[in-house]
Ligand binder design. Structure first.
Ligand code: GLA
Length: 729
């Protein structure tokens, strides 16, 4: 049993293989967090110490006992306005205009299996050892009820959380903050790792000590965004890849989010995570329910590697569509960097033909195939094939690609509309904009109002009609702007604060419909590169384009940060041309591939235009990924260096589940005369097993490779990579 309630102590115990999470019903029904960390068997109700703090506010019922003070009592889900002055988990404007929420325990229930959310993605049960705990709380004055929902997945040390807020009272209320989770830590000695970035520079890991007051990472751009990722890590200051306390949290959500840490003067750190309260104002009429997205939480006392692996395994076995769990993605070629929008059928066939010759498995036609799309300024919203470019339509063209022996993939951007399109001409009110104001444009496009069912349905019908008779194996689902001018013409003035979240619900509705209608199709998420890289998208799509920056050196940092939470097999990673279109840098085609092997491998260039020698390298690379991609991308991933601090080299590796195979990537960052040798200590191998290193023709034990290390070659070039393949024979 992973969930237990100890009746006499009123303590809830949530145990996983290596962790314990505990809270209790405290005085007057407050729900008090007790402990989260390495597994213990005692109840942790001895930990809270009630003492006076000075200038403290006390609940009315505590009478003259001034030791009960919500400003230090660690509530599981603190409400705004009743004397816990730290960041709240929930804030509600009540019918009388007051703004407070005083939640007290009512009842609870434990069930086997995993709960589901309504209309939002969440981790899948998939036969794991899940249990669900639901704890009902109520504000006695307004009768607003909050059910705290916990999912406990024993084998991967995962706890999921969300909250269901129900208006069981008479008067309408407005929710203006409702986080998915709140976690308390009895220390102010913690580092926070978050993932900042921008277009072309996504998910750079940034580590900083928490400090008195708040630190918030968030997005108000309508999407989870390039700028901050909806995930964070809190760790002990001494935490490394291999040791130290590491708590990770990631939201299964693709819209505006906020993750805040707050430290007070009593050595307490609080973390809340959920929908961004700045863009939420939700009408809750009598009887209605607001459900928060899910937060996925894990803890490791064995450092960052183990914490990441907990997430990676969970994403694989309990999040992505199950039909793709054990399947390697086909090696693809995408025409975007080769042609941009301006192509015709023969150009595409020419690119596909060469790719086929070199062993590539799938051709993906990117932006430019539909409606009036002759440049970036028109066409979005009209998902009918542009017959001037492709005379036989998508069915005919996809057949032609299939007849060449390739699978076929296609690009869409279903959430968008250009003013120069038939859709906009017919339905100018279907986009998000404020009547009477000129809307902000981004890439000359507007966002469709997916808070409206009829808009979602119309786009689905268009795509379904266009694709139903075609031979489509893969769809790249793009989203190329931030949300501004937030307004839906279908909602009254007092409900405009619902638009952003309703948009995300509409988006999930379309993703659900599309993935159900085309279950065999492998979808790839994308948003101007990696602007919507989150667990919400991964529920529907087994991979996401990591970044439009395909430069191998830049990818070192992007893939490093991304790997903290997300597994390599979901990271879209392609070899592109050099000089690189984004950075102008030239590195060898082998270095480009060495990075891309640790992701969903593919190409993003015209292979006709590279040298014969490079073409031979491409054939070799495709074969390599076909043979070892299930290890390099799907194995247990280890970061062997931190590229933010180690300037000389970068290394990473993946080990197969049975530990019989491993792939190591090594990049010498800077060359230098008269250099010393770098001994790379590998990780995750079987000590006793003997591994043959195919590229070196030598055999060594796992112990030697892990504890003594492997000497790396001195290479006379900057940014030159080597890949080592280890096999137990
Ligand atoms: C975005 C994507 C690119 C490409 C273009 C097409 O920027 O990230 O990969 O698909 O859109 O317009």
């Amino acid at each position: 049993m992973s969930v237990r309630y100890i009746e006499d102590k009123k303590v809830f115990l949530l145990n996983t293989k290596h962790t314990s999470y505990q809270f209790r019903v405290a005085e007057f029904g407050f729900l008090e967090h007790l402990y989260y960390g390495r597994k213990i068997t005692d109840t942790a109700d001895y930990l809270p110490v009630r003492i006076r703090h000075g200038f403290e506010a006390n609940p009315y019922e505590s009478e003259k006992d001034r030791t009960i003070c919500l400003d230090v009592l660690e509530q599981e889900y603190p409400g705004f306005g009743v004397s816990d002055f730290r960041v709240s988990a929930i804030s509600v404007i009540n019918g009388d205009g007051s703004n407070c929420m005083d939640l007290r325990y009512v009842s609870h229930k434990v069930t086997d299996g995993k709960y589901r959310l309504h209309g939002m993605p969440s981790l899948r049960d998939n036969g794991g050892t899940w249990q669900t705990l639901e704890v009902l709380m109520r504000d006695p004055y307004t009768q607003v009820e909050v059910t705290l929902v916990y999912g406990v997945l024993e084998e991967y040390d995962i706890i999921t959380r969300c909250a269901r807020i129900k208006n069981a009272g008479e008067q309408t209320v407005f929710v203006n903050a409702a986080h998915s989770a709140c976690i308390s830590f009895p220390t102010d000695q913690m580092d926070m790792i978050s993932f900042y970035g921008s277009w072309g520079h996504e998910r750079c890991a940034e580590r900083t000590p928490v400090r008195h007051g708040k630190i918030t990472v968030d997005s108000a751009r309508g999407i989870s965004s390039h700028y901050q990722n909806p995930s964070a890590i809190l760790c002990s200051p001494d935490a490394t890849e291999d040791g130290g306390d590491c708590y990770g949290i990631a939201l299964v959500y693709s819209g505006n989010f906020a993750i805040t840490t707050e430290v007070n003067d009593f050595k307490q750190t609080r973390l809340v995570a959920g929908v961004n309260p700045e863009t939420l104002y939700w009408e809750l009429t009598k009887g209605s329910i607001f459900e928060t997205p899910e937060a996925v939480i894990t803890y490791s006392f064995q450092g960052l590697s183990k914490m990441s692996q907990n997430f990676h395994r969970t994403v694989k076995h309990h999040l992505i569509p199950p039909q793709f769990i054990h399947e390697r993605c086909p090696v693809l070629i995408n025409n975007w960097e080769a042609t941009m929008i301006d192509f015709d059928e023969e150009m595409l066939v020419n690119i596909a033909g060469k790719a086929k010759e070199l062993g590539v498995e799938m051709f993906v036609m990117d932006d430019g195939w539909f409606g009036r799309r002759t440049d970036e300024y028109r066409g979005l919203g009209d998902w009918q094939c542009n017959r001037e470019k492709l005379p036989s339509g998508i069915p005919g063209f996809s057949k032609r690609i299939h007849d060449m022996g390739l699978k076929f993939g296609i690009w869409i951007e279903p959430e968008m509309v250009n003013e120069d399109s038939q859709l906009y001409e017919e339905h100018p009110d279907w986009c998000i904009r404020i009547p009477g104001r000129k809307p902000t444009r981004q890439r000359y496009q507007l966002i469709l109002d997916f808070s409206r069912d009829e808009v979602v349905e119309a786009i689905f019908q268009q795509l379904y009609e266009e694709f139903k008779d075609a031979q489509i194996d893969y769809i790249k689902w793009d989203m190329n702007r931030s949300m501004t001018d937030r307004f839906s013409s279908a909602l009254p003035a007092h409900r405009q604060g619902e638009v952003c979240h309703r948009y995300v619900l509409g988006l999930y509705k379309l993703m659900e419909k599309m993935t159900k209608a085309f279950p065999h199709v492998r979808f790839e998420g994308c948003s101007g590169g990696g602007g919507r890289f989150d667990l919400g998208v991964l529920y529907y799509m087994p991979q996401i384009w990591c970044s439009d920056d395909t430069d191998a050196v830049e990818r070192i940092h992007i893939q490093y940060g991304t790997s903290m939470i997300y597994p390599p097999f979901v990271m879209g990673a392609h070899v592109s041309e050099c000089p690189n279109q984004q950075t102008g840098r030239t590195v060898s085609i082998d270095t480009r591939a060495a990075l891309a092997y640790f992701g969903t491998f593919g190409y993003e260039l015209d292979l006709n235009k590279i040298s014969e020698e490079e073409q031979k390298a491409v054939s070799r690379q495709v074969k390599y990924y076909q043979e070892h991609g299930l290890v390099s991308a799907h194995g247990d991933y280890y970061r062997l260096s931190d590229p933010e601090t180690e300037r000389e080299y970068v290394a990473f590796m993946s080990v197969s589940n049975d530990k019989k195979e491993a792939v190591v990537g090594y990049v010498q960052r800077v060359s230098g005369a008269n250099k010393g040798i770098i001994y790379l200590r590998l990780k995750g191998l079987e000590e006793q097993a003997v591994y043959e290193i195919l590229e070196l023709g030598i055999k060594l034990s796992g112990a030697a490779l892990m504890y003594a290390g492997l000497p790396m070659p001195v290479i006379k070039a900057d940014n030159e990579a080597r890949v080592f393949t280890l096999m137990v024979r």
